[in-house]
Design a protein around this ligand. Structure first.
Ligand SMILES: Nc1ncnc2c1ncn2[C@@H]1O[C@H](COP(=O)(O)OP(=O)(O)OP(=O)(O)O)[C@@H](O)[C@H]1O
Ligand SMILES: [Mg+2]
Length: 474
């Protein structure tokens, strides 16, 4: 079957020239004279390639990209720009569309680009099918039919077939690692290693040698040469999880790897070429880290070639029933139990809940509920851990100190999971929760004597003074 191309341009003669050239090359073409006509066509049919003029009589081509993508999520859109097109519009076209063509159109270039776009579309369709295809337990690997997730599948499809660096952003538990795996599994590198590095879990002093390896004698414990994660991932994909946690000096070295595709093991002064596709993830807002100078902006731009934002679960509640179904059948199979039902009231409450820990929290809640449940049906009581927990900020004086601390800690952790704060701020908040009552107790004991108090606390007087001001203790 021939590939279909929609030509949306208000210029009559250009429409004729383009369609003649494409028809001759064996494409099936359809012509739209306006934005409205273009939308009408994509509503009726699924095209492989869409040529979209940036200035259509009745519409701005750039603004049509989104509605067209909603209706034809796999079509490759090529924007046609003119002499007068501003750089900003060209940049926008580059970001949102498959590619762009500049007038006057070189027909050989057109045919070449349309042919590449058509094969990208068919690859994207294959990948999309694979992402939501049925896995061993009869369920999709990644589920959720919300518009937000549909858009994510589409980018995964495109990212998988390109070899570009991907930056996955999303709160904790939104599926960042799953997305990275799917990109790798559906990429031409799928037969080669997928190596995961959690940048937040490695002590700073070991990060460089973990990533890039070291040679014998590079430091006291380096008894032999050791390959780093980049070399282990050679020909495959490396997944740099929590990339925002990399120390600034290592960021500089990673930037060099991205630019030169070469690594330098610790203690060696020679470089080695590596062929690795990089996927990074972060649950922190990197722009804050950039403005605080804890993350290099040049590295950010190098990583953020294909950005993928995973929406929090509370913004796509329509996906919750399908996820519940996925996890109940998956665990039933894992624990070799018959699949268990779930009451309508429970589903309703699970949909109402805000899920600060996103899909991971839902997955764990269901696992816990199945362990608690001895009957045939999951009920709200099996989810008491999440439904009964105190709402953050609800600390009242009639709670005992233990409950108060618990509620405060929970509030801070939730704020952190919702990505309002970064790890540093979380630690500071947790420290203050414990320090404040502790300082009060010690000061009461010493009758307000600050020298004595600082001695007991093992901190110097100035530090104590600063902290008392900070915590507003008189
Ligand atoms: N759309 C989805 N469909 C099915 N399972 C999902 C989906 N999203 C996430 N999961 C599952 O939820 C769990 C958490 O996902 P994952 O580990 O990829 O999240 P993450 O964003 O990397 O989280 P964290 O920041 O906590 O590391 C995994 O078990 C994953 O398989
Ligand atoms: Mg993760």
């Amino acid at each position: 079957m021939s590939n279909s191309v929609l030509i949306a341009d208000d210029d009559h003669s250009l429409r004729l020239v383009l369609s003649a050239a494409l028809d001759k090359a064996g494409y099936h073409t359809v012509k739209a004279r306006s934005g409205k006509e273009a939308i009408d066509f994509v509503q009726k049919d699924e095209f492989d390639v869409i040529l979209l003029d940036i200035f259509l009589g009745d519409a701005d081509g750039l603004e049509l990209i989104e509605p067209i993508q909603k209706l034809n999520p796999t079509a490759a859109i090529i924007i046609i720009t003119g002499h007068g097109t501003t750089q900003t519009a060209i940049d926008a076209a580059k970001q949102r569309a498959y590619s762009y063509l500049t007038k006057p159109i070189d027909l050989k270039h057109l045919l070449d680009l349309v042919s590449r776009a058509a094969s990208a579309t068919s690859q994207t369709r294959n990948v999309k099918a694979a992402i939501t295809s049925i896995d061993a337990d009869g369920k999709g690997k990644m589920v959720g039919q919300s518009a937000a997730m549909q858009a994510v599948y589409q980018i995964i499809g495109r990212a998988a077939v390109s070899d570009e660096t991907v930056l996955i952003m999303g709160e904790s538990g939104t599926g960042k690692e799953l997305v990275a795996e799917l990109i790798h599994q559906n990429s031409p590198r799928s037969d080669n290693p997928f190596v995961v590095v959690d940048c937040s879990a490695i002590p700073p002093s070991l990060i460089e040698s973990t990533l890039f390896g070291h040679v014998k004698g590079a430091f006291t414990d380096a008894h032999t040469d050791r390959k780093g994660k980049f070399e282990q991932a050679d020909s495959g994909t490396i997944f740099l999880d929590e990339v925002g946690e990399l120390p600034i000096d290592v960021q500089m070295k990673l930037l060099r790897v991205l630019q030169e595709r070469k690594i330098e093991p610790v203690g060696s002064n020679e470089t080695r070429p590596v062929n690795v596709r990089i996927i990074a993830a972060t649950n922190r807002k990197l722009d804050t880290a950039i403005s605080q100078k804890t993350f290099r902006d040049d590295l950010y731009y190098r990583l953020n070639v294909v950005p993928i934002s995973l929406p929090p679960l509370r913004e796509r509640k329509e996906d919750i029933p399908e996820l519940i179904d996925l996890f109940t059948s998956r665990f039933a199979q894992e624990y070799q139990l018959p699949k268990i039902g779930i009451s309508a009231e429970t589903i309703k409450k699970l949909i109402e809940y805000e899920w600060p820990g996103n899909v991971r929290e839902l997955e764990n809640a269901i696992k816990r509920a199945l362990v608690m449940c001895s009957g045939q049906m999951l009920l709200t009581e099996h989810f008491s851990q999440i439904f009964d927990k105190p709402i953050s900020g609800s600390t009242t004086d009639n709670q005992n100190p233990n409950q108060q601390i618990h509620a405060l800690l929970q509030g801070e952790v939730e704020r952190y999971l919702e990505s309002d704060v970064d790890a540093g701020q979380l630690y500071a908040a947790i420290r203050s929760i414990f320090e404040k009552p502790l300082f009060k107790i010690v000061l009461e004991h010493t009758g307000g004597n600050r020298s004595k108090a600082s001695e007991i606390l093992g901190i110097n007087r100035n530090t104590l003074h600063t902290k008392l001001n900070e915590y507003d203790i008189k």
